[in-house]
Design a protein around this ligand. Structure first.
Ligand SMILES: NC(=O)C1=CN([C@@H]2O[C@H](COP(=O)(O)OP(=O)(O)OC[C@H]3O[C@@H](n4cnc5c(N)ncnc54)[C@H](OP(=O)(O)O)[C@@H]3O)[C@@H](O)[C@H]2O)C=CC1
Ligand SMILES: Nc1nc(=O)c2c([nH]1)NC[C@@H]1CN(c3ccc(C(=O)N[C@@H](CCC(=O)O)C(=O)O)cc3)C=[N+]21
Length: 296
């Protein structure tokens, strides 16, 4: 079997179109423009690329983008003061603090200082708790993007065996919650899992969020399974810089039923979902109906 390629880039473009249409209506009918503030501390090159890409796409869908670039040496009090200002600013509907933060800053403390209603990353403990109990929340962008692609491909996910490899707070755990919410039977695997290959082979839906280039080979994939590759790994091959996932694409695509590529899979959906979450936050802040099909 040769897998159907799930085109995250094209899917993300459709999501952005929906967001842009809704934003245009908000402006015209309500005089409201959604605003997203992105905070970047330090000079991490990959983070800089993501932040500028986020800013560009925010403007493209008609929203206001506020970029705050702070030096590596920024102290905790200074960062918390900026977050307090953004929390109080009615023009800002979404706040994202780019991770990882420099080591001297406590990211839990910083994230939990964001107003949960503006926490478009869905990382605040209140949003984590709301998601875990099945209540309305802000849902983390990467898992939300994965869920949208899975629902689009399968319709209902009920009863499917899902394996999530990775248990981080930003991808693995919220991904597992969303799959459980859609009635999958969910297994979360990690670095201490025994016989990971065997666990993966049980999966109808296999989500890889590990951060190890091409760690999952095709013979760990159940024939016909859907493979969602979250990994973004920069490697050098034949003297060239390349981006690869956590799944060995060629061998996995030979057995899977469907697979997301890297690049062009989960990554573009993450940013599209960030824009969708900002729109959702703006609608909620103004007591307006939320966009349909763009929330979990
Ligand atoms: N496409 C996108 O939009 C995004 C992509 N990413 C990418 O996704 C990947 C994961 O990111 P993130 O969740 O932040 O990473 P973390 O490093 O926070 O977590 C990695 C997880 O993988 C597990 N793990 C590590 N090695 C193994 C192994 N050999 N076998 C099984 N499990 C293992 C770890 O287990 P343990 O807990 O036991 O240590 C951990 O739970 C990265 O490549 C990242 O770049 C991340 C965010 C967004
Ligand atoms: N607070 C916070 N929220 C995040 O959502 C967040 C973060 N911090 N820190 C870093 C990770 C990573 N992340 C990606 C977003 C887009 C692509 C993306 O668009 N990738 C393109 C390729 C881009 C390239 O070429 O480098 C693709 O896969 O096609 C990748 C990764 C969001 N993250």
């Amino acid at each position: 079997m040769t897998a159907k390629i799930i085109d995250g880039k094209a899917f993300a473009a459709k999501v952005r179109e929906q967001v842009a249409a809704h934003v245009a209506r908000l402006k015209e009918e309500q005089g409201i423009t959604p605003g997203l503030a992105v905070v970047l501390v330090g000079e991490d090159p990959a983070s800089k690329v993501y932040v500028s890409s986020k800013g560009k796409q925010t403007v493209e869908v008609g929203m206001n983008s506020y970029e705050h670039k702070l030096p590596d040496t920024t102290g905790e009090a200074e960062l918390l003061a900026l977050i307090a200002r953004l929390n109080a600013d009615p023009a800002v509907h979404g706040i994202l603090v780019q991770l990882p933060l420099p080591k001297h800053l406590n990211s839990d403390l910083v994230i939990n200082a964001i107003d949960p209603a503006k926490d478009v990353d869905g990382f605040h403990i209140s949003n984590v708790g709301l998601l875990g109990t099945g209540q309305k929340s802000m849902v983390p962008c990467t898992p939300l993007g994965c869920l949208m692609m899975l629902r689009d491909h399968h319709g209902s996910l009920a009863g499917m065996d899902a394996v999530v490899v990775g248990r981080s707070n930003i991808v693995g755990k919220p991904m597992a919650q969303l799959l459980l919410g859609d009635s999958c039977t969910v297994t979360i695997a990690h670095s201490r899992t025994k016989d990971l290959a065997e666990v993966c082979r049980r999966a109808d839906i296999l989500v890889a969020a590990v951060g190890r280039p091409e760690m999952i080979p095709g013979d760990w994939v159940k024939p016909g399974a859907t493979v969602i590759d979250v990994g973004i790994n920069r490697i050098e091959r034949d003297g060239k810089a390349r981006l690869v996932g956590d799944v060995h694409y060629d061998s996995a695509a030979a057995v899977a039923g469907a697979i997301t590529p890297v690049p062009g899979g989960v990554g573009p959906m993450t940013i599209a979902c960030l824009l969708a979450n900002t729109l959702t936050a703006c609608c909620r802040a103004n007591g307006l109906p939320e966009p349909e099909g763009l929330t979990a």
